[in-house]
Design a protein around this ligand. Structure first.
Ligand code: CP
Ligand code: NVA
Length: 298
C-alpha cells in the first residue's frame, strides 16, 4: 500500500515505474488484463472543481475493476467543520483508497496518516503531482527521454503546477527554467530543499532560448480568485504567445495542463497550433492515473 502525496516525497524509481506502467496501460486499453482494484471502492473527495482529474480517476478506477464514489467535500460534515483526521478514520474503515483535491497539503498528508488507506493528491495549493507525471509521459512519448532536455515554465512560478515541475526536475535530470514576475517566483524555502539548481528569472526571452518544452498554467489558480485583477496585470508580460514560441527550439512542444484561458496565459493561435499535444496531455491523465492506482495498491 502506497500514498502519492507529492512529487517531493515520491522517489525517482517510483516515478519511473509509474511512467513505464502508464505506457503499458495505454497500449493495452480495452483488452482483457489484470484488475488490481477488483472488489475495491475508492472515493474521490474534492473541495475544488475538476474535469480532467475527476473523470480520468473515475474511469481509471472502473477500468481497473474497482468502484468509484465522488464526494463533494462541501456536502460532507467536513464542510461543517468535522476534522480531517476524523473523516479519515471513518472512510478508512469503509473504503479502499482515497483521491483528494483540496487546499492545504497538510490535509492530504493528515488524511493519509489517519485513514490507513492509499491516498493520492489530486491537487493541493502546493502540488499537482499526477498532472506533472502525466505531462512528462506526454513529453517522452513525443520527444524521448526528458533527461537532458530544457523545460520552461512561464507564469505563476509559485503555483502548485510549477512546484511539481520543480520536484520533477530535481529527480529526473532535466533543466528547468521558471520565468515569472518577482511576486510569483517559487518560494525560497522550497528552493533551499533542492540539491539541483533550477533557473528562476523574470526575463522571459532569456528563459525560453532553445527550450524543448514551453509550459504554462492559469494565472488565477483555484482559491486565488480574490487576487484576480492584480494577477492578470502582473502576469501579462509572461504570456505564452507566438513571439515566445519563436525563441524556443523549432520543434519545441507547447503544453498546458488545462483549463486554458485564451488571451491570458496563452494566445488562441499558440493554443490551437499545439492542440494535438495539449489534448494528448489531457488523454494521458487517464493512462497515468491508472498506473498510479495500480502502483498504490501494490
Ligand atoms: N489539469 C487538471 O487538473 O484539470 P482539472 O482541474 O479539470 O481536473
Ligand atoms: N494551478 C491551477 C491548476 C489547475 C489544474 C489551479 O490550482 O487552479
Amino acid at each position: 500500500m502506497r500514498h502519492l502525496l507529492s512529487l517531493e516525497s515520491l522517489p525517482k524509481p517510483d516515478i519511473e515505474t509509474i511512467l513505464a506502467s502508464a505506457a503499458a496501460m495505454k497500449r493495452s486499453r480495452g483488452q482483457p488484463g489484470p484488475l488490481p482494484l477488483a472488489g475495491q471502492i475508492w472515493a474521490l473527495l474534492f473541495s475544488k472543481s475538476s474535469t480532467r482529474t475527476r473523470v480520468s480517476f473515475e474511469v481509471g478506477i472502473r477500468e481497473l475493476g474497482g468502484n468509484a464514489m465522488f464526494l463533494n467535500a462541501a456536502d460532507m460534515q467536513l464542510g461543517r467543520g468535522e476534522p480531517v483526521k476524523d473523516t479519515a478514520r471513518v472512510l478508512g474503515r469503509m473504503i479502499h483508497g482515497a483521491i483528494i483535491r483540496t487546499y492545504a497539503q497538510r490535509d492530504v498528508e493528515e488524511f493519509a496518516h489517519f485513514s490507513g488507506i492509499p491516498t493520492i493528491n489530486a491537487l493541493t495549493d502546493e502540488e499537482h503531482p499526477c498532472q506533472i507525471i502525466s505531462d512528462i509521459f506526454t513529453f517522452q512519448e513525443r520527444r524521448g527521454p526528458v533527461a537532458g532536455k530544457t523545460v520552461v515554465f512561464l507564469g505563476d512560478g509559485a503555483c502548485n503546477v510549477a512546484t511539481s515541475w520543480i520536484w520533477a526536475a530535481e529527480k529526473l535530470g532535466f533543466e528547468l527554467r521558471i520565468a515569472a514576475p518577482a511576486q510569483f517566483q517559487p518560494d525560497k524555502k522550497l528552493l533551499s530543499r533542492l540539491t539541483k539548481r533550477i533557473t528562476c528569472t523574470e526575463d522571459v526571452n532569456a528563459a525560453v532560448e532553445d527550450a524543448d518544452l514551453l509550459y504554462t498554467d492559469v494565472w488565477v489558480s483555484m482559491g486565488k480568485e480574490s487576487e484576480a485583477n492584480d494577477r492578470l496585470a502582473i502576469l501579462a508580460p509572461y504570456q505564452l504567445n507566438a513571439a515566445v514560441v519563436s525563441r524556443a527550439k523549432r520543434n519545441a512542444l507547447v503544453m498546458h495542463c488545462l483549463p486554458a484561458y485564451r488571451g491570458k496565459e496563452i494566445t488562441e493561435d499558440v493554443f490551437e497550433a499545439n492542440a494535438d499535444t495539449i489534448f494528448a496531455q489531457a488523454e494521458n491523465r487517464l493512462h497515468v492515473q491508472k498506473a498510479i492506482l495500480a502502483w498504490a495498491v501494490q
